[in-house]
Design a binder for this molecule. Sequence first.
Ligand code: NAD
Length: 460
Amino acid sequence: MRIAVIGTGYVGLVTGACLASIGHEVICTDCDEAKIRLLEKGILPIFEPGLDTMVTAEMRKRRLAFTADVRQAVAASDAIFICVGTPPMENGDADLTAIDQVARLIATVSRSPKLVIEKSTVPAQTGQKLKQALKVYSRSAGTHLSVASNPEYLREGTAIDDFLHPERIVIGVEDEAAARDLKEIYRPILDQRFDCPMHESGCPETTKPEWLVTTINSAELIKHASNSFLALKISYANVLAELCEEVDANVDEVTRAVGRDPRIGPHFLQAGLGFGGFCLPKDVQAFLRLAERVGVDFGLLREVERVNKRQIDRMVAKIRQALWVIRGKEIGVLGLAFKPNTDDVRFSPAIELIRRLLMEGASVRAYDPQAMEKARTVLPGVQFCTNEYEVATGTDALIIATEWADFRACDWQRIHATMARPLVLDGRNLLNGQKLRALGFEYDSFGRPDLIAEKMSLAA
Ligand code: NAD
């Protein structure tokens, strides 16, 4: 099958490159012409480990191509993956404008049968609207355009491994033919039989993924349900951390033991600045809006959101508690991306925190191993530094806002010597507080009150 991918962002680019790497002929397109021009030259507009090598290798093998002409990509394909953005609107609803535009374009251009696959995250019942749009705008009587949902579970930072070695592949279909075609597309991944491009850098030994066939509505709902549950786990850990601070317990000890229960699991129980990125915050909002629209009370999710927003307030309160007055202080921030191993700063708690600090009158210096370029465009008024040590120099406090392993590996003695006041506020519970205190730092984090130095309470 000839495959087109519409939307070459984090999901589309990984999807296109991975499908090419398992042997398909893939053409990727995007409405952003500048992005396509870069990609045609083998330059990636995003950072994702291993992706640049994979894209150039597949382009060389002529299995992966890029075009700015969306019509050409559509006309030249049998299966089309829609990977466009579905950002949140002011009211929390997912903005489906790009999906609608793409649907109309596919309908008007298509002269042969095609399978149109939603990979973007969309609210339940979007597939029905998509089907309707394809039908209404079709200009070629008898051209069958079928619709399927295939939600994506890749995580930025480990996207290639996630795509090629998933635990499950969910497809929502209405007819046998669509299920058959999708199974053919995913066959090498289902059988785990392909030359793994990441092998040398340690591809995981995984079992074969589960093939889950559902209705389109269920597939759409599964994605929102998964992400909302992950968000719920993070907010749960954050409330636990708050409680730990009040009763002198250690949240790391608590979540480690809680997570050992196989009914709960250890992941997404990390206390800190809360969740961000282009998935969890917007998917929780969109799921809530869907529930509201159909009259289901999902207040539980409102609480998840409320707890998450409170994490920034809690961090600002910790900073104020330590610094007494924030205005006029020099604050260093390590980490800008919403999580490590990506350059994505969309809805990053680090960005939100820096905006708050600037509003409070602090001077902010910042560094991130990958996200500097993207952060520069959204954070005027910040001094961007070339490394951790430059950030720390002369600061009154240093904040860990993203859990990059690089920050753990810093020479903390050297940092101690450069700071005006050696105070670390660890928004990701990344560092060993005891070690830092032994080096002479004042240190605070989330839910680990035993690690707070007495002299932290300057303002008390
Ligand atoms: P992105 O912003 O990185 O990429 C979207 C791309 O679509 C952009 O390059 C944009 O120019 C292009 N686009 C927008 N409108 C278009 C149009 N009308 N025609 C052609 N191209 C168009 O977004 P992303 O992070 O790749 O996310 C895409 C979708 O996948 C979203 O629905 C998201 O929720 C979902 N998703 C994202 C992730 C993730 O980790 N980023 C994971 C799973 C699912």
